[in-house]
Ligand binder design. Structure first.
Ligand code: NAP
Length: 239
């Protein structure tokens, strides 16, 4: 049972659902909800933090503050972008631009890597503790049969590599740490909204469904699973 939890991207559709469900499942746990935007605490056991995920000094201070209470049992990173007001996923090589790549890598790869830099070292060493980042099945190179979405796919493939690296390195210092990537399925959110018409009937999940599935997946993970990518139904995704 996690007693001390941190969630990043806590204002997002999936991040806010993780925060809500974990807060209600574990009323005695301390939950830190991190977001770029100001948030109101929705429950007594949630402490909200506003943070710039690229500000390393802020991440370092936050990790110090959190670890002074206790080591973390669970860290969920639910940040990510697929499109912005100015960017839509590339359909073709013609649509590639340095700016798109840099923005997508910054949010999808660099942000979770920096969060790992400061929050993996404060995972609990006495009992199994999980650091999980929301990735995407389309970041799997072996599963790519459709093409397109160059920068999103590449940024999530790079995230999967970061997760594998962190898992290998952390094994040496924390035998109880589990570092993994999670694919939530296609979830009804601002991120998926422009693409929902292509989703087959019954495959567009609510955040409630996806998060309840992911919590069951997380519950079954062991240290042997560190470095891997898991989908909402518990199946392993090959990189
Ligand atoms: N929805 C899907 O169908 C789907 C499918 C596969 C994978 N995923 C992955 O699941 C994760 C969560 O997605 P979601 O559906 O919950 O999307 P969402 O509702 O758009 O939430 C994403 C969150 O990411 C953070 N974020 C957005 N722009 C950012 C920026 N420029 N810099 C830093 N952080 C930024 C924000 O969190 P704060 O405002 O709280 O900081 C935002 O609320 C993402 O990693 C996504 O790639 C989603």
């Amino acid at each position: 049972m996690p007693n001390h939890i941190a969630i990043f991207g806590a204002n997002g559709t999936i991040g806010s659902e993780f925060t809500r469900v974990l807060s209600s499942h574990y009323p005695d746990a301390i939950i830190h909800a991190f977001s770029r935007r100001p948030q109101e605490s929705a429950a007594k056991n949630i402490t909200t933090h506003q943070i710039d995920y690229l500000d390393e000094a802020a991440l370092k201070n936050a990790a110090k503050e959190v670890s002074e209470q206790a080591p973390l049992d669970l860290v969920i990173v639910a940040t990510g972008i697929l499109h912005t007001d100015d960017i839509m996923p590339e359909k073709s090589l013609r649509d590639l631009s340095a700016d798109k790549f840099m923005q997508l890598y910054q949010v999808n790869t660099i942000v979770p890597a920096l969060i790992a830099k400061y929050f993996v070292p404060i995972l609990n060493k006495q009992q199994p503790a999980l650091f999980a980042a929301l990735s995407a099945r389309v970041g799997s190179i072996s599963d790519n049969h459709l093409g397109g979405w160059y920068s999103y796919r590449a940024s999530k493939a790079a995230l999967n590599m970061i997760i594998r690296n962190v898992a290998i390195e952390t094994r040496r210092t924390n035998k109880n740490a589990i570092i993994c990537a999670l694919h939530p399925g296609t979830v009804d959110s601002a991120l998926s909204e422009p693409f929902q018409k292509n989703v087959p009937e019954g495959k567009l999940f609510t955040a409630e469904f996806s998060v309840s599935q992911l919590l069951q997946v997380i519950d079954k993970l062991s240290t042997d699973d560190s470095g891997k990518i898991f989908a909402w139904d518990g199946s392993e995704i090959q990189p």
